[in-house]
Design a protein around this ligand. Structure first.
Ligand SMILES: O=P(O)(O)OC[C@H]1O[C@H](OP(=O)(O)O)[C@H](O)[C@@H]1O
Length: 314
């Protein structure tokens, strides 16, 4: 009942062919739309059940980036109608509106984040975040000269994607290994990262290594700026739930051939870590920039006191 298209998108998210919290959210909305378009359900109840099953299948791919369930919630929450045709049209409209909101949020966030960057500043990045890069792009569009020190970001080296994008925009880039982060902090004006989830207490859940970078940035007196549209706010944390940290396959850290050489050490590969709010100077959203401790106010305004799971089985 879940279409091939949805299964393929879910596989691509799980394998990180589709990655980055905002991009995952967009792909999830696209996939629900394609489920609705391809559905041959003969009753509204059957159509809704299919859509929920598709959402569950997508939801089960990666656990940490809250943009994924938030996207599913948005589309399912705006699905309405008395007939299959009306339901189908409402899913398309919801997916469209969601994509537009995503683009607008990133543009608005970029303009706000750019105000923190002065002409001649150098930023240090970790991983690849389209929200973070939107701030750099807006600063460039304002005519500012920005340079970047880009951390490689083991084990999957998403820093290469960041470096490519920045070079394309004409930003001078210095690529460094993760362990060189502290050495280069004295040469930068900001640490600029994205987020996969923001907790109600202002903790930032982002690519593994972010917390270590933030702690040494505080020690060196370099401000840490987190670019995260409100889609990254994790409503479940309002009720005390913690954010699950994805553990990925050990072969991303130790290839099978090397494992053979080394014997059998225990390998752990957490994809994300938690940076406590005291190490973060500002969370930049499309609704303005916030000290991390005050983000809970915005979260309550947008999500109320918790969330529903509209994909749950009847
Ligand atoms: O939404 P945008 O800002 O593009 O990305 C946000 C975050 O998503 C990425 O996770 P992964 O590479 O999918 O594990 C990085 O942790 C990045 O900071």
């Amino acid at each position: 009942m879940v279409t091939e298209d949805v299964r393929a998108t879910a596989d691509d998210i799980a394998d990180m062919e589709i990655r980055g919290a905002a991009t995952i959210a967009r792909a999830a909305a696209d996939a629900l739309e394609s489920q609705a378009t391809d559905s041959d359900a003969d009753s509204p109840a059957a159509f809704r059940a299919e859509l929920r099953a598709a959402a569950r299948h997508l939801r089960d791919t990666r656990p940490t980036a809250v943009s994924l369930p938030n996207a599913l919630r948005y589309v399912l929450g705006n699905t309405d109608g008395e007939t299959v045709a009306a339901l189908r049209a409402s899913v398309t409209d919801a997916a469209d509106a969601f994509r537009q909101q995503l683009d607008r949020a990133q543009d608005d966030l970029g303009a706000i984040g750019a105000n923190r960057l002065r002409d001649g500043d150098t930023v240090m990045t970790h991983c690849h975040s389209t929200d973070a890069l939107a701030c750099v792009k807006a600063a460039l569009d304002d005519g500012k000269h920005i340079e970047a020190v880009v951390k490689e970001t083991r084990p999957r080296k998403q820093g290469h994607i960041t470096a490519d994008q920045l070079r394309e925009w004409g930003v001078p880039v210095t690529l460094i290994v993760d362990n060189a982060g502290r050495r280069y902090l004295d040469a930068v004006d900001h640490v600029l990262v994205g987020a996969d989830s923001i907790a109600a207490d202002g903790s930032v859940i982002n690519k593994i290594g972010t917390s270590m970078l933030a702690v040494v940035a505080r020690e060196r007196g370099v401000p840490v700026m987190v670019a995260a549209q409100t889609l990254k706010l994790h409503p479940d944390t309002l009720t005390g739930n913690t954010v699950e940290i994805e553990m990925r396959d050990e072969t991303e850290v130790l290839a099978a051939a090397d494992r053979h050489q080394l014997g059998a050490p225990d390998v752990e590969n957490p994809a994300f870590d938690v940076t406590p709010p005291r190490y973060v100077d500002a969370i930049v959203t499309e609704r303005g920039q916030f000290p991390p401790e005050s983000i809970v106010t915005l979260m309550r305004e947008l999500y109320g006191d918790g969330t529903t799971e509209p994909w749950a089985e009847d």
